[in-house]
Unconditional design. Sequence first.
Length: 529
Amino acid sequence: MTAGQNSQLMTDNFFKLRKHESSTISGHNVTMFTLTRLTRHTVLVFSFITLCFLFYHSYTHPPNQKGSSFLKSIPEILKPITSPGKHAPPRYKPTPSWLPPPIFDPFPLLATSTADPPPIPEYNIPRPEMHKEYGLDRPPPLFIGFTRQWPMLLQAVVSYITAGWPPENIYVVENTGVHNMNKQGKLTLQNPFYLNHTTLHRLGVTVLQTPVLLTFAQLQNFFLSVAYQDNHPYYFYSHQDVLVFSFEEGLDFISRPADGNWEFYSEAERKEIMSPVQAGKEGYRTIYENCLRDLQTATKRKERWGFRWYQYDHLTLVNREAIEAVGGWDSLIPYYATDCDMNAKMGMDGWTMKPRRVGIINDVSTVLEDLEVLYRNKFKMPKFVDPAPLPPEQEEKIAKAKAEKEQKEKKEKEGKAKRAEGHEMPADQLEYFRVLRGVGDEMGQYKYRDGSEQRNNWQRSQRGGEGEPFYYNADGFHSAFWTLTDAGRRIYEEKWGHRGCDLVSGTSLKLKDQWLVEKDWEKNEDKKG
Ligand SMILES: *[C@@H]1O[C@H](CO)[C@@H](O)[C@H](O)[C@H]1NC(C)=O
């Protein structure tokens, strides 16, 4: 059963439940109508008097226990509305002096016509039932969670498809909290939570919806829940801010900002993985095929394995059994630090997590101007734009620092081959890929152009949607997100009695020690005093 069918089933069950409820309600109605009008009035009047008494009682005997502030506030509601002018007007925050420009849809071809998406490069077309070649009955799903920023999501999805990931195995998990509004096309592009179901379906991917807005940790548990319901022992998940490629050029020596230290099982394997075959030649494998292969390797080795990371967790392979063994993601550590918690639990319980190499994964904060370049439209030059640039003065400062650094580096390695200039169209497929890959690398570096200060800035680009259903202020969302993140970090520290992500390497804590240990940053004497 596909996850789509499955969520349909869940909805069906839900409807059954609703039907049951409504029939009980109409049963009540029948009894109601047999009561005389007088009895009904008596009941109403009596209820009213009881309520008045309750309110009066709580007003004159305010509860003095802590935690009953809700009860305390009821009498407030009963007080007459204060006459206008008694309180000072709200003090509004100053209007920001700089706002990023409105965003554009990065795939005009799909947005403005009903044409099919263009064909993907021939050598990346997945062979039918490729998973069977790697010993799998069913292809594992790839979950891509989405909360905000449609252009980034669409870019990630299109890059997976054009790199050779079968669209039917891709599940975009809409976690926006706007219920059916996107499905019904009721939000507009400048709304941060905008997502276009039609476009995704036209690309052949499935959209799953979370019933309500979930945090990162809850979303991870949701992936797990779908994997249970759909009977998938393994699944992949990807962040939405990535731009991926297969090793079409063959050898690749670029070190990317979020790369880890790849692990290999043998010297022979290292050699093989570090020298991928060029696209179109015998032995070429796409990122998808490499992922299936890596899954097969992990299972064949009978290792107690938990995660396989393909550039930290930007693309991750998950072994459901491992997550189950350590009790899932801690929902009470909502965002950052929840990964430290999960990885530590896995490490303590002996499940391996290995960085492995399957393809080119760029962790990005910007979007290609036109996603058709991923289909290698030879009339379009790959270029990227920043959907959320910083105020011009700040960008200028960063650009100046970068230019100075480059000038210095250039002097150091004079004579090194020049990168293809932005004006000439690449001559062939391979050359086109080189240019495209180069732009991807630049995008990856751009995200960290100011250290990691600005790496999450992309989340603030869309600011519209006021008046649309389930509207939420964009800055407010951003600010609340960081508050919850901080709270989560504190919960993590309380839970393990330790500060920092190094629970396995820096402490002797065991899985069973959660919530049982004292804080290791407080000295014993302090506590006695
Ligand atoms: C979604 O995209 C389709 C094209 O794929 C377009 O026709 C439609 O207007 C878009 N819907 C919204 C709500 O923007």
